[in-house]
Design a binder for this molecule. Sequence first.
Ligand code: GTP
Ligand code: MG
Length: 370
Amino acid sequence: SGSLTVGQFAEKLGRPSTDIIKKLMALGVMATKNQDLDKETVELLAADYGVSVEEEVVVDEASFEDEGLGIDEETAVIRPPVVTIMGHVDHGKTTLLDSIRHTKITAGEAGGITQHIGAYQVTHDGKKITFLDTPGHAAFTTMRARGAEITDITVLVVAADDGVMPQTIEAIHHARAAKVPIIVAVNKIDKPNANPDHVMQELSEQGLVPEDWGGDTIFVKISAKKGTGIDDLLEMILLVAEIEEFKANPEKLARGAVIEAQLDKGKGPVATLLIQNGTLKIGDPIVVGNTFGRVRAMVNDVGRRVKKVGPSTPVEITGLNNVPLAGDQFIVFEDEKKARQIGEIRAERALITERKETTSKVSLDDLFEK
Ligand code: GTP
Ligand code: MG
């Protein structure tokens, strides 16, 4: 068994440390933020906040959160890159993804606008690449704000007839903040008014200097609509992946992030997960954000039922007790009891935070009513 400080305990409850210190003072205990709490005190305090805690679980949870994805460099093997396509409105993100998959996503979408995040896997030269279809930059920011770092490479789509626009610059900022390499796809080169040199010039001003001009940014000229340059782009993605050496441990229990989730009338909570480490299997006990369950069924990106999936693979699962949020992290446990305990603690903690937010909102409203 490990130790738990006042500060760590406060964080778990979603309360300020001063709250805990005040409570301890009321119990006649003078404590500081970095002081260790004994088991009895933790239980006493937890009961006071209406939370039941088992010491073992508290310690376990802290340790897996510190581990992140739990990648063990010693035994890690190469995994497919996870690519996000970003760019300004109408510059051709969906058409590009569509072109890559040789399917017709744009035609099926309401108004041709991306409605939600999907994730798909393709094979090029015998190597897999995972693509995320972002509906805009909000998704990227939401994911990162929730702690999920899922993108390995960003393909920045810039229309050659339009040039660098506000969301192009936003995308560059997001990719840089996440320390994700950028490949530029200069799109719509089939258009008579296309001016790829102008795009290269504008992006150089943003610090993305083409290799041809002595810089180190890969530029690929494409027409997503005509399918021109798509193979070159895929090759460049695989080249960057080879240099960066993205790795994972397929033999481990799975960890990763939620791409999207919703409630299905028939199936219950449904979540698209991206496996970032390990292998996810049917029957696995799983904690996802503030919910938990057991993986009941898995469907891959082409709608086929699968029994297990490895690193960088997107998969839709059922079997959760509740609907998680995009960007939530998930973790598989060996035994269901532990998954349930941690899931319940997290759900209770979320409820406490929610209650606290509601309370402060009400009092603020009261204030303004006067
Ligand atoms: P949002 O999801 O709304 O941000 O747009 P998007 O970036 O996904 O753009 P989308 O793929 O929907 O393309 C916008 C328009 O540009 C559509 O009418 C496409 O047919 C057109 N388009 C995309 N790529 C090309 C291209 O390479 N050449 C030409 N001529 N048109 C293209
Ligand atoms: Mg789109």
